[in-house]
Design a protein around this ligand. Sequence first.
Ligand SMILES: [Zn+2]
Ligand SMILES: [Zn+2]
Length: 273
Amino acid sequence: MAILADQHIHTNHSFDSKTPMEAQVLSAIEKGLNHICFTDHNDFDYPVSEDYPEGAWELNTDSYLYELLSLREKYKDKIQIGFGIEIGLQESCFRKNAILARSHEYDFIIGSIHLVNNIDTYDPKFYEGKTIDEAIKEYYQTMIKNIKQFNNFDVLGHLDYINRKLPGGEGAYDFSKYIDYTDEVFDILLENEKGIEINTSAVKKYGFKNPNPCIDLVKRYKEKGGEIITVGSDAHVPENIAGRFDVAEEILKACGFKYISVFKDRVATYEKL
Ligand SMILES: [Zn+2]
Ligand SMILES: [Zn+2]
């Protein structure tokens, strides 16, 4: 396995994971990784419901960092542990996100679109009363507005995330129809020297052929001059650490990438594939 850095990992500091941080570290060591970056969730203004109480998706950064630093010290001879965060981008809270991004000395920040007009695209309600085409366009329009407004992140998370829960399943929609949107996304990222990640979670968890983004988008990003690219499992449980990195590696090589980016102190270094 040539990709030895997993830069998208959750723990019980996120609302949707029960996994202790140390269990993720031990799994990563067992899998032979030399670098991991924790990227627990912070989504301000997440809609409150029975399932998600007020502030459910807001990270207690101090306790998170405290535990991370003790593990970084404990396992320093075995693995590098990065201090990252996955920030949920929303127009309503871009100022709060800007403060959050500056509040600590993160190694790495992922900016992700989870909510579109305040509804999670995982929620079937998001698709009610609109065609799939409208849903996809709304998703990308929201992404474009958000990354124009706030760009204090290093990579854009799981770019075609909407693909994961679309009715019809993987491959049911022709994403080449949305190239004008994704090209605009790439132009904004490149102008601001931001990158993308390859997120292998859907391959590991749902048996999808493609990670997020799909191979066509990775190829397009490369054609447009994109160089900054990280790989992350989005693991919420230990067995998913570095899950299906073989697929990410194949795609990266097929698209002409020779290196992946590994972030420390918000700066990318390049590791040969
Ligand atoms: Zn995410
Ligand atoms: Zn995540």
